[in-house]
Write a new protein. Sequence first.
Length: 877
Amino acid sequence: YDPKAVEGPIFESWTQADYFGARIVEGVRPYSIVIPPPNVTGSLHMGHALNNTIQDVLVRRQRMTGRPTRWVVGTDHAGIATQNKVEQKLAKEGLSRYDVGREAFIEACWEWRHEHGSTIIGQLKAMGCSCDYSDEWFTMDPSYQKAVRKVFVDWFDKGLVYRGKRIINWCPRCATALSDIEVEHEDLSSHLWHLRYPLKEPVGGVDHVVVATTRPETMLGDTCIAVHPDDERYKQLVGSTVVLPLMGREIPIVADDYVDPTFGSGAVKVTPAHDPNDFEIGERHGCAKVNIMNADATIAEAGGQYAGLDRYEARKRVIEDLDAAGLLVKTDDHVHSVGHCYRCHTVIEPWLSDQWFVDMKPLAAPAIEAVRDGRVSFHPKRWENVYYHWMENIRDWCISRQLWWGHRIPVFYCDDCGEMLASIEDVTECPKCGGGNIRQDEDVLDTWFSSQLWPFATFGWPEADPRLDYFYPTSVLSTARDILFLWVARMVMSGMYFNDGEIPFNDVIIHPTVFNTEGKRMSKSLGTGVDPLDLMEHYGADGMRFGLMLQVTGNQDIKFSEDKLLSSRNFANKIWNASRFVLMHMEGYEPGDPVPATVADRWILSRLAALSARVSEGLDTYQFGDTSRELYDFFWSEFCDWYIELSKARLAAGGEQRLAAQRNLVFVLDRALRLLHPMMPFVTEAIWRKLPLAEADQAESLMIAEWPDASGLVRFEDEGAERSISRLIEVVTGIRGVRARYKLSPRQGLDVVFKTAGDAENQWVQSEFGDMASLAGVSGFTADTAAAKPAHSATVIASGMEVYIPLEGLVDFEAEASRLSKERARIATELARLEKKLSNEGFLAKAAPEVIDKDRAKAAEFADSLALVEGQLAELA
RNA sequence: GGGCGCUUAGCUCAGGGGGAGAGCACUACCUUGACGCGGAAGGGGUCAGAGGUUCAAAUCCUCUAGCGCCCACCA
């Protein structure tokens, strides 16, 4: 099988036929998924490969059930990431964004999007993803911009969006605010510096306090010292004044419950402009907020002699100067968590600035309820607790970004009368005073502010759109766990708010994260990544997809195993060759229903029925690993290894036997290809189109062929046939084992003796003799309830039936004796274990009766086997 | 500080109260007419450790150790 020769043309044919497009069929429940929009700056990585395979498997399967499906595709404008890329490009020409100006810069971003934005879409196509490419979305599309503005204005008018001067997370490199969850914390070894602050006037013989800090440079902005109100060491000092070293500013000592007396010295230096807790303390005590830092993390004018220094240089100098003044008490080693920008990994600064926020608590309440009452459910379920924990402790969301690329905040200020309003349409004239001195807010919105609208803005909202009514709420959202808060939770909140409380999706799949074999996160920058495009090159799109599905379990991680992709490529090849076999034996074929003529026929049809039930159930419950394994086992082990092998003699026999085998081969292959199609779309489609199907089974494409629902196959369930073929497999495997042990040629015919339990078994041997002949080289047989074991024969026990294989004089009896001894030991151990169990009164009294019966039967079987093996040993001795 | 997940064959992992499984790797065999990206056979595991519940524990509970992750106002 050569994937490269097949995949392109097949995908092209799907596109030509427009199977990807979504149609509205009134009265039929649709199935819809919105893709987590990859960044326009992005290219396909393993996370995308996994996540989009999952979605495509679900969508393809549902499409085959006949439901109208819509898999919305598109990209995210990715404010910071894209802006960084464009700034890097400008930097190569020696320019900054300020050199080119806002308008030209935004223009450059659009150009960048037009040049690179479709890269990842092309890669999705290479994977075979059946998205609706005819309706691609971008989070900066005009209609999407309108949706963003409407959301902002609605929330603004309701008071849910507000402006405030707060401590936010500032990235000095990106020069923008970030929300709390865009900060990545990392434990770093640093120091805890203990500083001595002199009191203005000694109190009771005390002339100073010692404070501890991890960021000494912030002391330039200290405006008070806080101690715990019950701390006996400091009680007397509360209300007195400290002279801030280096700055000479007089600041008070205050009492505040926030302070933990057991940490450091128990006295805290308070810098309200540079720490969120200090900000709170400062608010409570009416302290000044002295901002000593510029946007680029250099020290501001308020930092006196340190103004202009970089924050770390200032830190060094402050420590040196304090030390020189005898005010550095000690320096302890200290590990603490430091926040970094999630886009550029620069250490963030807590910084006081004017920003826009969303009041989240009112939005969170119904979104928590939607999960509690099961309208939204997570898979695996344990993620619901993570969701609750975050949502119940949610804090306001800082949504303004000091970037140029993004949705500009639709707030307008009148410089004539001071009016401030939010508006969907641009404002040129003040509605209050009629003045024309209007300016729009300079900031843009957090990218996630627009991403949260994805499940409904991509259905035409806020315009009335039949797609919204039909396809919303979407069926499933599949995503990585790292954007559970950034994206998923916010979609639930905004989705419900703007759609009359209707949830945006029923099920949330949190798929595993893909790690490399060392357990490191796959990352291009770290060089620990694997490129999905390379994988498709080696294993084909189907091989990559199936190999990924094999690795999806309920765990948090996948340590990526390329072996699974190798097996999957081989599997695609197996499917291809098995199908070739079927197709090259079609001479004389007439389409029609399957013919359960033999036990083997009834067996494979029964197995198919079981498989189809399992696959439907497995996909409904998102068990991709189990489902792919069952498909693999059925196709390879049951269909190829046994059924095709069993059919060979009948195909050769011609006549009705041949036709029955042909019918069943085509039928089972057809249904198996349908079941495999969602995971391996290309190879299955390529073969399926060549199958000579009965008219009722035909379709233009496997993509839209009918899903083999379990209910259509239950009629084939056949326990008797399954038992019978299990026994046949035991007999054949046993005889092959004997051949292998004694190095008997496959062409060496064997006369086999069956000791049967009655007529039914005699008949069974008679009817299966043909299969035994072709699969195990049995050339003759005797079946008798009174059969005696011939001298010098090997014995196989198949479901309790003894099968003797006379070995003439061809056998190394010493080797056989040694094997039998080992076998005897094994059986004796098992038997002893069972006998102990069966003589345990507690077991007999409390275990389920069927368990006891089963164990008794097993014990009897082992006892028989043991006697047999001992008899054989005696013979050989 | 709180929480989650993992620890099963050499490797990557399924399984989840009653006879230890898969893929890859390994051993020796098969130029059999779909397939060597194959066939057929075989070796290999006291299911991390300790304790408990139970007639019965790899599986449930507790603790311990190691690995990974998330959350938190760790001056």
